[in-house]
Design a binder for this molecule. Structure first.
Ligand code: TRP
Length: 331
């Protein structure tokens, strides 16, 4: 029996942050112990919003360096850039022939834009590009081209994954054969639970993120700005209603958590001290990865090589799959 396949993409649209790490990179890398991975940088998906070539290029390097710094092994696993495998786009066109327009009308990103336009008295499709509209089809191609078994995703991607399943089932039904493997989503409980500087979900759109590989000094500065209440040093504090402690739990071991919890409850510890404790566990956790990240960012030629080799491996799999599909479709 073939080894099971895990596939996921990350859009290079901004600096990877702590929320991305615990929500995406870390769980995806844990899956890599059990599955063959096809992980990629979704640069064509990013192109819908990132139109500045220098920014896109930098974003691609940052996501690549993050995958590698977090422990992805390019020798045993596949990591590549979406735009390097042209067959994905051929499959995407093939899938379009089996995708009802109504299905795309229901995609949440598109629907939200239409609704906002309608409320503002504008044309419903104002500012909507076709790339955004067909976004879930390209994502389905990313997944189905590898016969992926599992797709680690955040909650916001569950609908897209269901669409990939719908499209694959339509094709299998039409040809009376399982031409495409039906993928399953792996939605992590932690996803969405990482809070940002202000206690809301950590998200670029809330402007409350803590970048993953900030240099130590800058990281400390940012940690000092995490929103807390106005309790004085003397007052006992509730660790379970505190942004600093919530983040602390992600990085500290049980013993450290218990110790800091006691200091919260006892009183006599100010927010500056709690934040310093948080900074220290974060820095200890992140420093080794940060070092790798910085070395990678200084060696883009190496990353280019890794991506090229990954693309070659991915392309070999996908081109074979396309030959198979074309034959079954009578082309
Ligand atoms: N749409 C995903 C996101 O914004 C990124 C993505 C593109 C993806 N293709 C994928 C995720 C295929 C999983 C599988 O996060």
């Amino acid at each position: 029996m073939r080894r099971k396949i895990a596939c996921t993409g990350i859009k290079p649209t901004g600096v990877p942050h702590i929320g991305n790490y615990f929500g995406m990179y870390k769980p995806a890398l844990e899956l890599a112990k059990e599955y063959d991975t096809r992980y990629f940088i979704a640069d064509y998906h990013a192109l819908n919003s990132v139109k500045d070539p220098a920014v896109l290029k930098k974003n691609i390097y940052e996501v690549t360096a993050t995958w590698l710094a977090c422990g992805l092994d390019p020798e045993t696993q596949i990591i590549y850039k979406q735009s390097d495998v042209p067959w994905t786009f051929e499959l995407s066109t093939m899938l379009m022939a089996f995708t009802p327009k109504g299905l795309m009308n229901r995609a949440h990103a598109y629907k939200a834009m239409v609704q906002a336009n309608t409320e503002n008295g504008k044309d419903p499709d104002n500012g909507v590009n076709v790339g955004l509209f067909t976004y879930p089809i390209l994502m389905a191609a990313d997944i189905l081209q590898f016969d992926s078994d599992v797709v680690p995703v955040g909650k916001d991607q569950v609908q897209h994954l269901e669409m990939a399943v719908d499209i694959a089932e339509a094709i299998n039904r039409n040809y009376g054969k399982e031409l495409l493997t039906i993928p399953k989503g792996v939605v992590r409980k932690e996803t969405g639970l990482v809070i940002g500087m202000d206690g809301r979900k950590m998200s670029k759109s809330y402007n409350n993120t803590i970048p993953l590989f900030l240099p130590a000094r800058k990281l400390r500065k940012l940690v000092m700005k995490i929103v807390t209440n106005s309790q004085t040093i003397d007052e006992p504090k509730n660790p379970d209603e505190c942004n600093v402690f919530t983040l602390y739990k992600l990085f500290a071991n049980e013993e450290q958590q218990e110790a800091l919890r006691r200091r919260y409850l006892a009183g006599g510890m100010g927010w500056g001290t709690a934040k310093q404790e948080l900074f220290e566990v974060m820095d200890a956790y992140l420093a080794p990865m940060r070092q790798k990240y910085e070395a990678l960012m200084a060696d883009t030629a190496y990353m280019e090589t890794v991506l090229r080799q990954g693309a070659e491996k991915a392309a070999a799999i996908v081109s074979e799959k396309m030959t198979f599909l074309r034959a079954h479709m009578g082309m």
